[in-house]
Structure formats: structure tokens, C-alpha cells
Design a protein around this ligand. Structure first.
Ligand code: ZN
Length: 361
């Protein structure tokens, strides 16, 4: 580690079992869970037994990992020297078909995060889980949670029912912008549609690889619908999306914008420059070249050294040993990725940390 400290922009607390959430659910939904025998809200495509789901030596006796604040602190915060870590809880809330049930579980999950995680380690921050089934309920949840400054972002999944930039989702963006919260789009799907644009794939490998094209589709949609123009102070963070696809994608998007910009006149600047200003990407799983020369050429193609944000993606495991920060980034860029870029991206991370990262007393 060449940075004084790091800010981990993507870690995943794991709900150990449904019973952990029951105290945070309203009576009606607690009774419903018991009556229906609901055991877990998980998607079948990311089974916890998959090696990519949890690093082997981080699993507890149940086979899961990241199930307690003590384990997360010992395995992710301390080893990587994280001053802050942003919790992104993926628990299938968005996949529920009932809008009311989705809203109840989002609220329970956020309250569980506050009491079981944020209140128990001062280094932890979190993204707000929202019931995307209903944008009005999502806005209510953003407004409710935003009063707690430890919530630093709004969490959405890359694969949902409709493209994220569609106008009916704009109240979510308005609420996020009002509270100074970036929109964090994480890999994952509600499986309303195939994860590929050509139909349902067969293998987990296909599902995982096809997350990155999904991010391209969402970014194109956010751009074309005018989200970046309508919400000038909104930052979008792409999480667990890979990074190496971005330059070629931006060349393509900008090329076709040149020919078709008359139909989307609100995109008044080249899309590549808008993305460089407004979009950030978490680092892991890093899919760039392994050597220093290759990495620095990739960064030249990015055209910006402010876009990448350090992440471990704990307890998922995408790197060797403790090597969450790939070799090959020069020391100045490493420092930006690990601390300075996250601090600029998330206004709610405190001033003291900002001063420390900039080398000021
Ligand atoms: Zn992640």
C-alpha cells in the first residue's frame, strides 16, 4: 500500500439469515415471512457456495462471509488500512414483485445496517437500499435515510425492470441530488429480463461476463434520456462493473452521438467528456492488463485519472492475497484511486479525512 490510507468504495455485508431482519420488519411483514416460510431473499444466479461469492478463508461456519462487523473489520478494514468503507448490501430486495414488500424489506435492511454495522464501527458508511419497484417509495426511503449522514450513496442494480434513465425514475435522481448522494449502480439483476441482450444464457460465467455490457446499456440510456443534463450535480458510480471496457465504449458512444445528436439535443457535450466528469468506477474486479505499461496505456485511454475508486469488493474474491490494488499504477495515481478520488466523489465523507489525504495536518 503506497497511500496513507484507503477508502474502500465497495464492500458487502451479508445478512446471516432471515431471522436477523425480523426485528426490523413491521408486524405484518414479520408475520408474512413466518407464515409463508420465507427463508432467504437471494437470487439463484449467485449461490453463496460459488468460489467467487466468498473467499474461502473468510467463510464462517455457515459457509457465508461478511456476516458480522467484527469479521468485516478484521478481514477488510484492518488489512487494507481503510479509513472508510462503503457497505453495499445485496439482498434481493429489488427482485421482489410486491411493491409493499420491497419497501418494507428496504426499510428493514437499512435499519439493520444502521444498528448492526454503522453504529458498531466508526469507519463504516453505507448506500441506501431502495425499493426500485416503486420510485415514490424509493424516494421516501432516500429521504428517510438521508438524515443520517453515514448514508453516502443510493444503491441501484444494473439489471432492473426498465432502463434506469427512464423518466419515471427521475424522482430517485432528484432526491439523490438534493441530498448530495451519488447514484451507485452495482452489478446484479432482478432477472425480469435475460442478463444478455440475446437471450437467457446457460452458465454462471456468461451471467458474470455480461454484467459489463449491461453497464454500457445503462450508461447509454442515462446519457440519452438526459439524466446528466437534468441533474447537473449528480454523480454516478459504477460498481463491480470492470473498467477496461470503458474507453472503447466511449469512442463508440461519442462517434454515434456525432451523427445522431439532433435527436438528443440535451447531450450538448461529447458523451466521453460528460462521462469523465460525472461517472466513476470501483476498481475490483479489475479486468485491465497485468503489466505497468499496459495499465498506464489504459489510463491514457481513460483520459482522466479521477475516475477510478479503490474497492476490495469484500467478501467476493477477485485478486491474489491482499492485492486489491493492482500493481502497475504509479504512486501518484495509486494515491488518487485509494483516497483522493473517493473523497471527491462522496461529499459526505468528512473534512478531516479529506485534509489527511491531501497531506495537510
Ligand atoms: Zn461489489
Amino acid at each position: 500500500m503506497t497511500s496513507a490510507f484507503s477508502i474502500d468504495c465497495d464492500v458487502h455485508p451479508t445478512v446471516p439469515k432471515m431471522a436477523a431482519l425480523l426485528p426490523y420488519l413491521p408486524d405484518m411483514w414479520r408475520d408474512t415471512v413466518v407464515r409463508r416460510g420465507v427463508e432467504e431473499l437471494v437470487t439463484i444466479s449467485y449461490p453463496t457456495t460459488n468460489p467467487l461469492s466468498f473467499r474461502a478463508d473468510w467463510r464462517d461456519e455457515t459457509g457465508k462471509a461478511g456476516t458480522s462487523v467484527e469479521k468485516l473489520a478484521a478481514e477488510a478494514l484492518d488489512p487494507f488500512g481503510s479509513r472508510f468503507a462503503i457497505l453495499n448490501c445485496l439482498y434481493g430486495v429489488q427482485a421482489l414483485f410486491s411493491e409493499d414488500m420491497g419497501a418494507a424489506f428496504a426499510q428493514a435492511l437499512n435499519d439493520w445496517i444502521v444498528q448492526e454495522w454503522l453504529d458498531r464501527d466508526p469507519r463504516l458508511r453505507a448506500s441506501i437500499v431502495v425499493p426500485t419497484q416503486n420510485p415514490e417509495r424509493a424516494v421516501d426511503e432516500i429521504n428517510r435515510c438521508a438524515a443520517d449522514k453515514r448514508f453516502v450513496q443510493v444503491l441501484l442494480l444494473v439489471g432492473g425492470e426498465i432502463p434506469l434513465g427512464r423518466r419515471q425514475n427521475w424522482p430517485i435522481f432528484a432526491a439523490a441530488q438534493k441530498h448530495g448522494l451519488p447514484i451507485g449502480i452495482h452489478a446484479g439483476s432482478t432477472y425480469r429480463h435475460p442478463v444478455t441482450p440475446v437471450g437467457w444464457p446457460t452458465y454462471y460465467t456468461e451471467d458474470y461476463v455480461n454484467q459489463a455490457p449491461g453497464f454500457q446499456s445503462q450508461l447509454t440510456n442515462l446519457m440519452s434520456e438526459g439524466v446528466f443534463a437534468k441533474f447537473p450535480d449528480l454523480t454516478v458510480v459504477l460498481m463491480e462493473s470492470g473498467v477496461s471496457w470503458l474507453p472503447a465504449y466511449l469512442w463508440r458512444l461519442t462517434k454515434f452521438w456525432k451523427g445522431l445528436r439532433s435527436e438528443i439535443p440535451w447531450v450538448s457535450d461529447p458523451p466521453a467528456s460528460i462521462v469523465r466528469d460525472r461517472v466513476r468506477l470501483t476498481l475490483q474486479p479489475f479486468d485491465g492488463p497485468p503489466d505497468e505499461g499496459g495499465i498506464m496505456r489504459l489510463m491514457e485511454h481513460f483520459g482522466s485519472d479521477e475516475m477510478l475508486l479503490f474497492s476490495t469488493d469484500y467478501p467476493h474474491w477477485q485478486f491474489e492475497g491482499q492485492g486489491a490494488m493492482p500493481e502497475g499504477f504509479d504512486p501518484a495515481l495509486t494515491r488518487k484511486i485509494m483516497a483522493e478520488n473517493p473523497l471527491r466523489t462522496y461529499p459526505r465523507l468528512n473534512e478531516t479525512a479529506a485534509q489527511a489525504a491531501m497531506g495537510r495536518p
